[in-house]
Ligand binder design. Structure first.
Ligand code: BG6
Length: 488
């Protein structure tokens, strides 16, 4: 009996589906990566017929893929697509979805692996999962011949440790771990994966990737845009839940991990988990000195944002790891909306050489700056190195040389979703978050929420399109360091 794949996409009229998933599906087909076209059941709350839905996504795909759009590819995708509107609370919706899937099995004369993709705000997760279970659409795999279900679920998984654990209980009562694909699209990004190549394939990098040589590490995810039309999602979520708990801690794990035995799913996930386990918790009383939160001016006037909202749109934090490799090396993390520019970058700042030995100084100390190895994730992606060199002219004055190998802004964001969809179809979980990673990162973040609740540190206002509150500079300047963006 032939096998094929079906996607049941909840949240089919949402931002994520429209701007990321559909363009990713389009590219996968256009580039010949999905030879067996999956059957796609799109589920959304908005009432519309299939023609209207097609137009809705087609416009977004054309906008995204530009001149690469061809009608024949689009039509082939649409031949395998259905749209079904309904409320997620309504059991009838699931009965209809089930019969659509059954009909298709009869048409194709085969069994389908169903991928349930929850591209919806997390408040709907439990409702959808319970209804899927009641409709007998999901259940733990019991035998190789049974049509099996898989779950693709977007972050944030919960709001804190307790809600995340509750959600994990629901999910794990319905799916075995190998059926669950927790998406953190930063794991799908080429440059994040490139950290592994950079570290483990270069004789000059890995030997110096430790506290003997590194002074500190910075991880930044800065966005020029404010919350725009996403106020309803973002308000009450905030920067810590939206990107620190997941994307930024995942980047940290890639930087901080020990060498995995291999790059297979089990070993790579284990290495990330060990790194997160080594993260020193920020105790409730240390939150005011180690974490800075801010909100851009004008945020409370954004659509669907509470006028008295205390949601943070900026957060900077200083963290440390309890391993021999990283003992004494602070990691500074900074993220914000409505920043001066959009850039995601990791930088490793090397210790300065000893230019002064006793009374003899080869170079005047202030001229010597730290070497920096920068890994740019967006908008362009690549690697940069700050070295010291001689200023042209008489004397031996120094200047910085910024060497870099950057690729132009490209399809890196879409590529992340393409890669993840493809990996899920192949059953490769390497680039998906394991339940233990999610748990550890919530454990760490929840202590910060607790510190905010009990210690009530200030929520600093900052001007839109700046680098955030001054207090975030203070976090580094007290350690005689400063924020760095390569070549900016
Ligand atoms: C998402 C967050 O997960 O990541 C958004 O919900 C954020 O708020 C986005 O803008 C950043 O991703 P990227 O790929 O644009 O850097």
């Amino acid at each position: 009996m032939s096998m094929y794949n079906s996607f049941v996409l909840f949240g089919a009229t949402g931002d994520l589906a429209q701007h990321k998933l559909w363009p990713a599906l389009y590219w996968l087909v256009a580039e010949g990566q999905l030879l067996d076209l999956p059957f796609i059941v799109c589920v959304g709350r908005r009432k519309m017929d299939e023609t209207a839905y097609e137009k809705f996504v087609k416009d977004a795909v054309i906008q995204s893929v530009g001149s690469a759009f061809t009608t024949s590819i689009w039509d082939s995708l649409m031949r395998h697509t259905r749209y079904e509107s309904g409320m997620f609370e309504d059991p009838e919706l699931y009965t209809r979805v089930k019969s659509i899937l059954k009909e298709q099995e009869a048409v194709r004369g085969g069994k389908s692996t169903h991928y349930f993709y929850l591209a919806v705000p997390p408040v709907h997760y439990e409702t959808i999962l319970t209804n899927l279970k009641d409709a007998a659409l999901v259940g733990k795999r019991t035998g190789p011949t049974q049509s099996q279900a898989r779950l693709l679920i977007e972050k944030p998984f919960g709001r804190d440790l307790a809600t995340s654990e509750h959600l994990e209980n629901v999910v794990s009562s319905l799916f075995a771990e190998e059926q669950i694909y927790r998406i953190d699209h930063y794991l799908g990004k080429q440059t994040v994966q490139n950290i592994l190549a950079l570290r483990f394939a270069n004789g000059i990098v890995e030997p110096t990737w430790n506290n003997e040589f590194i002074d500190h590490v910075q991880i930044q995810l800065l966005e020029k845009d404010g919350v725009g039309s996403r106020g309803a999602f973002y308000d009450g979520v905030g920067a810590l839940r939206d990107v620190v708990q997941n994307h930024m801690l995942q980047m940290l794990a890639f930087v901080a991990m020990e060498q995995p035995v291999s790059f297979d799913s089990m070993h790579l996930r284990e290495a990330r988990i060990q790194a997160l386990m080594a993260l020193n918790p920020i105790g409730v009383n240390d939150v005011p000195t180690n974490v800075v939160r801010g909100q851009y001016k004008g945020y409370t006037s954004e659509p669907n944002v509470a006028r008295d909202s205390q949601t943070e749109t900026f957060v900077a934090l200083k963290v440390s790891l309890n391993t021999p490799r990283w003992h004494g090396v602070p990691f500074y993390l900074r993220t914000g909306k409505s920043m001066e520019n959009s850039v995601a970058e990791i930088s490793l700042h090397y210790k300065k050489p000893a230019v002064c030995v006793g009374p003899v100084c080869l170079f005047p100390e202030p001229q010597v700056m730290r070497n920096v190895l920068a890994i740019r994730i967006s908008p362009d992606h690549g690697v940069g190195l700050r070295l010291m060199g001689k200023k042209p002219g008489a004397g031996l004055d120094l200047e910085t040389l910024a060497m870099e190998e950057m690729q132009k802004p490209g399809r890196s964001r879409k590529a992340a979703y393409e890669r993840l969809i493809l990996d899920a179809l192949r059953g490769d979980q390497t680039l998906f978050a394991d339940t233990r990673e999610v748990n550890l990162s919530w454990r760490f973040s929840t202590q910060i929420f607790e510190g905010w609740t009990s210690r009530q540190p200030p929520l600093f206002p900052y001007e839109a399109h700046t680098m955030g509150p001054n207090a975030s500079d203070g976090l580094l300047s007290t350690d005689e360091r400063s924020w760095y963006l390569h070549d900016r």
